[in-house]
Design a protein around this ligand. Structure first.
Ligand SMILES: Nc1nc2c(ncn2[C@@H]2O[C@H](COP(=O)(O)OP(=O)(O)OP(=O)(O)O)[C@@H](O)[C@H]2O)c(=O)[nH]1
Ligand SMILES: [Mg+2]
Length: 555
């Protein structure tokens, strides 16, 4: 019965705080219990008073070491079991929950139960025997604290103190543990048997065993420690290798024109069929690249004619720095600054021709089919070319009337033939583009057909300005249109656009290249014109060329 009673008491102790311990003593209504509690509080006071010297654990330890034998004797010679238990309580309350690690708590708990059982032993010799067992037990890492409580019975206040105080208390406790270790022998098996028996009894009685009760506490301690450990995840798996940080891939900058590139040679050897297939798949686009490279290499091999090169330089065609344009005397603050000539060396006739483009640009007709074409009353100049080449922009640049003709960076904006007039002198026709555009295939084909019909049948068509992107050159569809115009003897002139996107030398190269490719054509009008609607380079010259087509004499 005594054992059964001691178990719940132990439970309460383990799960309770210091105040709970006090409550338990009250319940007992035991004078001794009260006295012990008073001593315990007194010890707390003492602890508070000793806060400053908590670090002096060593000396405290020694003083307690001097006592044990006497303490043991006293304990063995009949100290009340309950008093002993209270001593244990004073250990357990704080030490278990606050200062001790989970393992220590467990040890203490087990010892308490074991000790209580032992205390019941009626024979004196037995008691001594049981004490030696504790020693062994504690040596095995079990029941050590209850041993200490026996030993330090005379110093139980200090035992409580060592448990209740802060960080240094932990130190003290450790020291006492050391002390136990020196005393203990090896009756571990006996203690274990007793524990097992005890556990069985508790299970049978349907009570929560002493070992089961503290589990939440253990978990809590673990949780708390878990929180602390949380950031250092590698502590959980100390042996696991740290994942290597992702290596930064070194990106090689390849010159697309450098045919001597050895990367292909450095590719890994073919190991199996699937790999070979992969290599083959990879090599396919490289071949295409190589073809393109050879086209570019061919282009770079073009030697520009000096006259064209000097024309490019004089008109500041090609990509230029703002300072260069500034130093040449142009006002860079206005749009298309190169079209705003600071001084004029033109003749009177040239100025009159150019002045045609000073007239107001008026939209007067749009056609999506040949039957919708307006009557040919004015000389017409049409602007043809692939989508997005800059046809509509050029119209605006020539007239310096920005916004009359709609433009967009999205290919396929102009979808019908739009007719504009400059007074009664000239008609400018904006054609829909061909090639890539954001439109359905059949729609694009219809545009192309319309353009073909216009350039081949339109009466009064004085010239078709075939606009070519300076960077990209002429496309097959351009050549197709050229052939058509050749067949119908429609005069056409090549106009290189967006010259500001390439180097001056490449502007000259492109002009030479196209001139060469069309030199056998009869309807082509030379020279190749070069413009930039953005910077205004070459616009004035184009005006001069096209202005000659205007009607100056009233019909
Ligand atoms: N850098 C530069 N951009 C230009 C030049 N001319 C036109 N652009 C731009 O090129 C884009 C297309 O211009 P558009 O005039 O609409 O071309 P488009 O040939 O009429 O196009 P579609 O009507 O779709 O056939 C626009 O974003 C223009 O701003 C130029 O000389 N230099
Ligand atoms: Mg357009």
């Amino acid at each position: 019965m005594t054992r059964v009673k001691s178990a719940p008491g132990g439970q309460r102790n383990w799960s309770s705080s210091g105040s709970a311990s006090g409550r338990k003593n009250k319940e007992r209504g035991d004078g001794r219990g009260k006295g012990t509690r008073a001593a315990s509080w007194g010890n707390i006071k003492e602890r508070e008073g000793h806060k400053g010297r908590q670090g002096n654990a060593g000396s405290t330890r020694r003083s307690s070491e001097g006592v044990p034998r006497a303490g043991v004797k006293r304990s063995a010679s009949g100290l009340d079991r309950r008093k002993r238990k209270i001593d244990d309580d004073s250990w357990d309350d704080d030490g278990g929950g606050k200062n001790l690690s989970s393992s220590k708590t467990k040890f203490t708990r087990k010892t308490a139960s074991t000790m209580n059982r032992r205390k019941v032993a009626p024979v004196k010799g037995d008691r001594l025997k049981s004490e030696s067992l504790y020693k062994d037990d504690s040596h095995a890492g079990r029941g050590s604290r209850s041993k200490v409580s026996d030993i330090s019975r005379g110093l139980k206040g200090r035992s409580a103190l060592s448990k209740n105080s802060g960080a240094s208390n932990g130190k003290k406790f450790d020291a006492s543990t050391e002390f136990r270790h020196t005393k203990m022998g090896g009756a571990k098996d006996v203690a274990l048997d007793e524990e097992a028996a005890d556990r069985k009894k508790s299970d049978e009685s349907g009570h929560i065993t002493e070992e089961e009760k503290p589990r939440p506490r253990l978990t809590r301690v673990l949780d708390r420690s878990g929180k602390k450990i949380k950031p250092a995840k590698k502590d959980v798996v100390p042996d696991a290798e740290e994942p290597a940080p992702p290596k930064k891939r070194k990106r090689m900058k390849l010159d697309p024109y450098d045919t001597s590139n050895k990367r292909i040679e450095e590719s890994p050897p073919i190991q199996n069929v699937s790999n070979a297939e992969k290599v083959l798949v990879k090599s396919a686009p490289e071949e295409t690249e190589e073809t393109e490279m050879s086209i570019n290499a061919k282009f770079r091999a073009i030697q520009p004619i000096p006259s064209i090169l000097s024309y490019v330089e004089d008109n500041l065609l090609g990509r230029r720095r703002l300072n260069e344009i500034k130093n040449a005397g142009y006002n860079v603050k206005i749009s298309a600054p190169l079209d705003n000539v600071p001084f004029s060396t033109r003749t009177e006739r040239e100025r009159i021709e150019e002045s045609v483009f000073r007239n107001k640009l008026e939209f007067y007709a749009a056609a999506k089919m040949s039957s919708s074409f307006p009557p040919p009353t004015l000389p017409e100049i049409a602007f043809a070319g692939v989508s997005n080449v800059g046809k509509s922009s050029l119209l605006n640049a020539l007239t310096r009337q920005w916004g009359i003709v709609r433009t967009s960076d999205k290919p396929g904006l102009t979808q019908s033939i739009n007719f504009f007039r400059l007074a009664s002198k000239l008609s400018l026709v904006d054609l829909p583009g061909y090639g890539f555009a954001y439109a359905k295939e059949e729609v694009k084909e219809s545009w192309q057909e319309l353009v073909k019909e216009y350039v081949s049948t339109r009466v009064g068509l004085e010239r078709v300005c075939l606009l070519v992107h300076t960077k990209r050159g002429m496309k097959p569809l351009d050549y197709e249109l050229v052939d058509l115009m050749e067949r119908h003897k429609t005069p056409y002139q090549i106009v290189l656009t967006k010259t500001d996107l390439v180097f001056p030398i490449d502007v000259a190269r492109r002009a030479v290249e196209i001139q060469e490719s069309l030199k056998k054509n009869k309807s082509v009008v030379n020279p190749v014109m070069m413009v930039s609607s953005k910077t205004g380079a070459g616009i004035r010259n184009l005006r001069g060329v096209l202005g000659k087509l205007a009607r100056f004499i009233k019909p």
